[in-house]
Design a protein around this ligand. Sequence first.
Ligand code: SF4
Length: 376
Amino acid sequence: MKHVESYQGFEQGPIRPPSEAESLLIRITRNCPWNRCTFCPVYKGETFSRRPLEHVLRDIDTVQACVEQVLADREGRSPGVAAGACADRQALHAAYSFVAGGMRSIFLQDGNSLIIKPAELIRILERLRQAFPRVERITSYARSQTIARIHDRDLARMAAAGLNRIHIGMESGADQVLELVHKGVDKATQVLAGQKIKRAGMELSEYYIPGLGGRALSRENALESADALNQINPDYIRLRTLALPREAPLTRQYRAGEFDKMGEVETAAELLLFLRSLEGITSRVKSDHVLNLFTEVDGELPADQEAMIQPVERFLALAPEEQLLFAIGRRTHCLSRVADLDDPLLRGRAAQVCTELGATVANMDQVLDGIMERFI
Ligand code: SF4
């Protein structure tokens, strides 16, 4: 007999992109239906499931009631939330953050929302639009493999129902790298999926991971990723420099000597090759994650390409002792840009931290790995 899942209250999943920090999170699936990427620790050990449509619609109704209660409370129109109608604490918490963020955007969780039936997704979108008519953006993560299988007509219907931004973890455009990390998709499918999203009229964010191919595939990772993105012309290219979280299978491979991870300097060289290889597109490049060494790599193509390249070139041309100072200074928040090396006060702080950590040119990447573990 088929198990019928009972409603357990408003749910939220573990992650969202940094750009969705102020969004209302609506969980429509749990975990990731693929879950085999070796660099990704997020859903490992968890089983994928689709939440029943009625449960998601109930979540939307619940959070809508909580938002109304929070707004009424703020405007002094009710005795207060504690005495109000919304007893679901998780939904109430989500409503508070949503209202505080201006109620402009909604993010559909978890890892690949477009895997549910298009008709169901459209019902969810319609209910969200009814509940929150002033929301400007509804966004989701999606896998290229899934998007490639969806008919263009259905994607256009989703866009018309309000889904207007998709985040795709392309990670790499190099087939060898994609295979190495078990991404479960090839370059051609990544390009096709990206182009389909753009054709449907949705805004597209694509993620690239400098360093994902290790030392051996660094050049391919840079060139093939840039080539894939040149064919897609996404609205956003977001950088996520490779990090090795404890729970990721790739970390085990690294410790077993099976993955040749690059250090900061070689990863910067890969990033430079990538940036130089972007051409003929109008994407905005964002370095919106603490894992990235260069906050300055942020601008619109083609106008800002040279300005984004310049700090990376400057870093690569520095003496090893200066590279050490910048990398440690940046990772410990003493410095935020390469140009901060020109400020004696900021340099002094970075040098002091290097001394405290015992960081030298020889052990720089080891020390940095230890610092980065705290961020991931
Ligand atoms: S598809 Fe995305 S969420 Fe799923 S394992 Fe890969 S990186 Fe993680």
